[in-house]
Design a protein around this ligand. Structure first.
Ligand code: TMP
Length: 313
């Protein structure tokens, strides 16, 4: 139960801006709920960003880590080299003056160099496990319950990230203490050799600027990603595209693009506004159906999907 939280109320009834909370757009959302409910769970999917959306923005008062940020190769030389790349490229990533085509090239450069260093430095899967165990990364409260509800309803969850799929999966394993068969990670995926050493990455590089453009096409590792496709994957991808109602969750306005590959019918969007609240609140309210502030838990999202597909339905 989560009755100790103010969000246990329907998010639609809640519109104050107190400590950990919600703001909503009652406007369209009631209609959307009715449409999605009528179409049923087989038409529905959840698409979520990972860092600072499913995970907390702050952990114990400090900025929580990302899948890239937490990774320690156990080799000080390579860890320092990746940090130097971060110090160089991160300011470029967030620069408001670099044109997008130029920035895209820079991000490709950054991601390629980082991936090269991980390979060159002989990253092992054991180092990933240890890094995750030592990391300060934490899920928002209620993520497990949300995933469990969706699993029971056989509703798929696609997690998109420009980070590292193998690290994210280890974070899920260690922090949620179980795996979910309905949860799929679309991110940069590693290939290890028999000695457990990283030798390459699979498919197309996913960086911050292309993650949202092609997210759904990358969802199933089809021909263009791997050069192979099993019948199962083809079927899976086709099924995802038939799920034309979507709950989208992200922490950047750009995350709204995650559903672009889908010709969606009805979309409810949740924005988690973590930083620069004063400055960004208005644009987030405009862009998202619901906005959650201050590392709000997932109870609002759980409440929403429960309303959509209550057990009686
Ligand atoms: P995302 O998780 O929101 O999709 O974005 C990934 C973040 O990872 C992005 O903000 C930049 C960061 N990053 C690092 O911290 N270190 C790296 O080596 C690389 C390539 C990215």
């Amino acid at each position: 139960g989560h009755e100790n939280n103010s969000l246990a109320k329907s998010p639609m009834e809640e519109s104050n801006l107190s400590a950990n909370t919600v703001m909503d757009h009652p406007r369209a959302i009631t209609d959307k709920i009715a449409l999605i409910r009528d179409a049923g769970p087989s038409k529905f999917q959840v698409i979520a960003d990972f860092d600072a959306t499913l995970t907390r923005y702050r952990v114990n008062g400090l900025r929580g880590q990302t899948s890239h940020g937490l990774l320690q190769q156990g080799n000080a030389y390579y860890d320092a080299k990746r940090q130097a790349l971060y110090d160089h490229y991160h300011p470029l990533e967030i620069s408001p003056v670099i044109p997008v085509d130029e920035k895209t090239k820079l991000m490709e450069e950054w991601w390629s160099k980082t991936h090269e260093l991980l390979i060159e430095g002989g990253l092992t899967y054991d180092a990933i496990k240890k890094s995750v165990a030592d990391s300060s990364i934490a899920f928002r409260e209620g993520v497990t319950e949300l995933f469990e509800f969706l699993e029971k309803k056989e509703i798929p969850v696609l997690i998109f990230s420009a980070g590292l799929a193998d690290v994210i999966e280890e974070v899920l394993r260690q922090n949620l203490h179980r795996t979910f068969k309905n949860v799929k990670i679309v991110s940069n995926r590693m290939v290890f050799n028999d000695d457990g050493q990283l030798v390459s990455f699979k498919g197309k590089l996913i960086h911050v600027l292309n993650k949202n453009e092609h997210a759904l096409d990358m969802a199933a590792p089809l021909h263009d990603r791997l050069g192979v496709a099993t019948g199962e994957e083809d079927e899976e991808n086709a099924n995802m595209k038939k799920r034309t109602n979507v709950l989208l969750m992200g922490d950047h306005l750009g995350d709204l693009g995650m559903s672009d590959g889908l010709n969606y019918e009805t979309r409810i969007s949740i924005g988690f506004l973590n930083d620069n609240i004063e400055k960004s609140l208005e644009s987030y309210r405009e862009a998202f159906d619901l906005v959650y502030l201050n590392d709000a838990p997932m109870w609002g999202a759980l409440e929403l999907v429960s309303q959509l597909f209550s057990t009686e339905a």
